[in-house]
Design a protein around this ligand. Structure first.
Ligand code: ATP
Length: 326
């Protein structure tokens, strides 16, 4: 204990609302524990370019409510090379940084894990992605805000869909995972939800929709996860259009608006907890681990597991979606 005097913090990969709250949680916890904090700008690229700036308590004032990330984020090919990582190490040594908090997704944790196999400066991860697709944690920063954005958008689409008797295919983000689509679909009363975890669902669409139509529904909303095997909302709409000749079919891709906005209260609180836990983990000499939330409690998960193992959707929730759409 007590070896760490100065830590770095960076955000990497896709941005997510709540990352700023995590940066604040990291910074203030470090200062509380007598540590210095260096903000590393533009993710791993900032490690390679020594793009460092000291963070004080006031540096993170007035950011908890802001989307995006004050440290900027990036994808960095150079960090995938041994030469790039050596540059990063040398810069960290030069700056006398004893540990780094990486806020990002599984790609970022893969990079952090490889770095920790090669070098002795500990990295600890904080799960930040709207996709909620990281094994070992029930929650990732930004997911709750993005989910609420999906719900707000789909509610609006429902109004216009009902007015015109339309069938809407709404594509939501989620990378290879269907968490946003599944929960967004349940929360908006979608008639059908198509996610990568459940194969062949597009083929059942006609049956699902016809069941609903015996009740004379005035609109149909089908939520499609971007990572679905059938090719997203446009792909599915094209495939099934002959089954629904009587409908006016429309496709909406929600896109990057799902990444923006002021973080929800849940995202602010959880990001603060995770940022705090990451610094405590570094103080406790942890390395190559992610801090997560499991049943409301902080957990430590080795990067090795977090990146290798697959987080599945809860199949009882999938079943719930089916039951509620009869
Ligand atoms: P999101 O889930 O939002 O996409 P992510 O962290 O998974 O976030 P990636 O683009 O996959 O985003 O990864 C971010 C960065 O992590 C990469 O640009 C790269 O710098 C680093 N990284 C990813 N994979 C590796 C690897 N195999 N070796 C070294 N670094 C890596």
């Amino acid at each position: 204990m007590g070896k760490i005097k100065k830590i770095g913090v960076l955000t990497s990969g896709g941005d997510a609302p709540g990352m700023n709250a995590a940066i604040r949680g990291v910074t203030r916890t470090a200062i509380y524990n007598g540590l210095e904090v260096i903000g590393i700008r533009h993710g791993f690229q900032g490690l390679i370019n020594a793009n460092f700036k000291p963070l004080r308590s006031f540096s993170v004032s007035d950011i908890i409510q802001r989307g995006g990330t004050i440290l900027k984020t990036a994808r960095c090919e150079e960090f995938k090379t041994p030469e790039g990582r050596l540059k990063a190490y040398n810069n960290l040594k030069e700056e006398q940084i004893d540990g780094v908090v990486v806020i990002g997704g599984d790609g970022s944790f893969t990079g952090a894990r490889i770095f920790n196999e090669e070098f002795d400066i500990p990295f600890v991860g904080v799960p930040g992605t709207i996709d909620n697709d990281i094994y070992g944690t029930d929650y990732t920063i930004g997911y709750d805000t993005a989910l609420n954005t999906v719900v707000e958008a789909v509610d609006k689409i429902r109004d216009t869909a009902s007015a015109h008797n339309r069938m809407f295919f709404v594509e939501v983000m989620g990378a290879e995972a269907g968490f946003l689509a599944l929960f967004g679909g349940i929360a908006t009363g979608a008639e059908a939800i198509i996610i990568p975890e459940i194969k062949g669902e597009a083929r059942n669409l006609k049956k699902m929709i016809e069941t609903g139509n015996t009740r004379k529904k005035s609109s149909n909303i089908i939520i499609v996860a971007e990572g679905d095997e059938e090719g997203g909302a446009f792909g599915i709409a094209e495939k099934v259009k002959d089954d629904f000749k009587d409908y006016d079919i429309r496709v909406t891709v929600l896109g990057h608006l799902q990444r923006g906005g002021s973080p929800s209260a849940i995202d602010r609180v959880n990001a603060s907890r995770l940022g705090n836990a990451a610094v405590e983990a570094l103080i406790d000499d942890q390395k190559s681990v992610m801090v997560g939330l499991s049943n409301g409690e902080i957990t430590l998960v080795p990067f090795r597991k977090a990146v290798k193992l697959h987080k599945d959707v809860n199949h009882s929730i999938v079943e719930l979606a089916r039951i509620l759409s009869v």
